[in-house]
Design a protein around this ligand. Sequence first.
Ligand code: B12
Ligand code: SF4
Length: 444
Amino acid sequence: MKITFILPAIGRKKNKQYIKSWAVFPPVAFGILKALTPPEIEIEFIDDRKDYIDFSLSTDCVALSVESCTAKRAYYIAEQFRGRRIPVIIGGSQATFIPGEVQNFCDAVYIGNAEDKWREVLADLDRGKLKKKYVAAPGFSTTVPDNTIFKNNYAPISLIESARGCYFDCAICSIARYYKKQFFPRPIESIVKEFKASPNPYIFLLDDNLIARREFTIELLQNLRPLKKKWISQASIQIACDEKLLDLAYRAGCRELFIGFESLDESTLASINKKWSLSFGKLDDLVKKIHNHGISIYANFVFGFDQDTLKSFDDVYEFSHRHSFQMVGYNTLLPYPNTAIYNTLLKHGRMTHPRWWLDPDFQFGDIPFIPKNMTKEQLIEKSRQLRLAFYNPKSIFKRAWHFISHGMDPGLSIVALFQYLMMGREVNNKLNIPLGENLDSAGK
Ligand code: B12
Ligand code: SF4
């Protein structure tokens, strides 16, 4: 039996290359699926962001991993193979959030983590008795991903999971919905095994919130310390009020943290169920504490909340500039299906494109709802200007000086300078990307 794994891409503007910063990593889900698949089953992997799909290829089954932004392309791919009577299975976040929709475009929809039921799927496939729906329990097994299927060039950073989920329930977050406010730590021996086997100088520890469960984090950090690897991860700002944890994290190799600030405004944070992030002290002090421990910050903000005004952009820019964050994400609010914010906007009749991920009038970078204190155009343009300002040479120079004077990791600082060049060029290219389009034409 042969199974073809395909990672669908988001879309591409005509005659423009695919957005590079979206295609730097291989999809971990397929490394896991490969490891769960017995060796007698032949597996091939196609990365739609980089490869071209041969729709006439010979295979017994196609398995797709789908996020909201890739749903349109995934459904197109599924249609091509199903037209040839090749069964298609769809898993991933979109399948988990809105299985009812996904089911219309495939032979089997897979809800939840692969570890629980993938072998059952394979057995059913072998007997020709694929079920329409598989509902898997969330969690981990001791499976270590088999990354030998990834043949393309990716960034020399290994993606490793140490836990899934988060106890918080922020209204904008898909993960809060996926794992239903639960936290699933991975067995530490299997994390260590994967760390040791990593051929790359840096590791991206994919946790949604590194410090979700303090005792687990401490045990993990103690086990990572002797491995002498450097890594980046994601955490809530809560980490800053725990000097012991910060110190241990640095000693265990942590050099950068993605932190979702989302907004600096208390009422906004309250409206998205994230006011807790202001309960640990003044943000300025917390940021300094993290920096003083030699850990850089990738700060994420979202614009377009009801309390946001044009001044909110200036406040966020001033805050980012003051702290010389290594990297920032200035995102416009995109309500993902089944998140609390999506359901609220829908209920109040404010979604202008309720199924934006399939809507031909919606492009990546658009706003699918009616903002309150500004127009959609202002929201898009002010965010664009902020991104351009962050990548302007004067701002880069200030940050470079901050890296040097704070003894930030030299390797990551060089990576950041390359990122500035790449992402600075992408600011305009990332707007108006037609979802699911131009992925079969030359020049990816
Ligand atoms: C690393 C990461 C990235 C990396 C890219 C990763 C890559 N490989 O290319 C970068 C930083 C580039 C990135 C970019 C973006 N990302 Co991102 N990213 C993540 C993150 C943190 C980890 C992804 C991961 O590897 N997880 C580990 C794997 C194992 O989990 P998994 O994919 O869910 O797979 C499991 C199950 O879902 C299931 N499964 C998955 N596929 C399949 C298929 C089959 C057949 C089966 C049976 C099972 C199955 O089994 C797997 C193992 O249990 C997630 C958050 C998260 N915790 O998942 C966000 C996340 C996936 N990203 C998200 C978003 C929105 C984006 C962006 C659109 C952001 C932006 N505005 O630019 C972009 C573009 C995404 C794209 N498609 O290109 C959202 C998606 C929300 C949604 N509803 O679709 C997430 C969930 C974050 C969030 N909190 O909301 N991202
Ligand atoms: S803290 Fe982060 S991962 Fe947890 S629910 Fe909020 S946004 Fe999601």
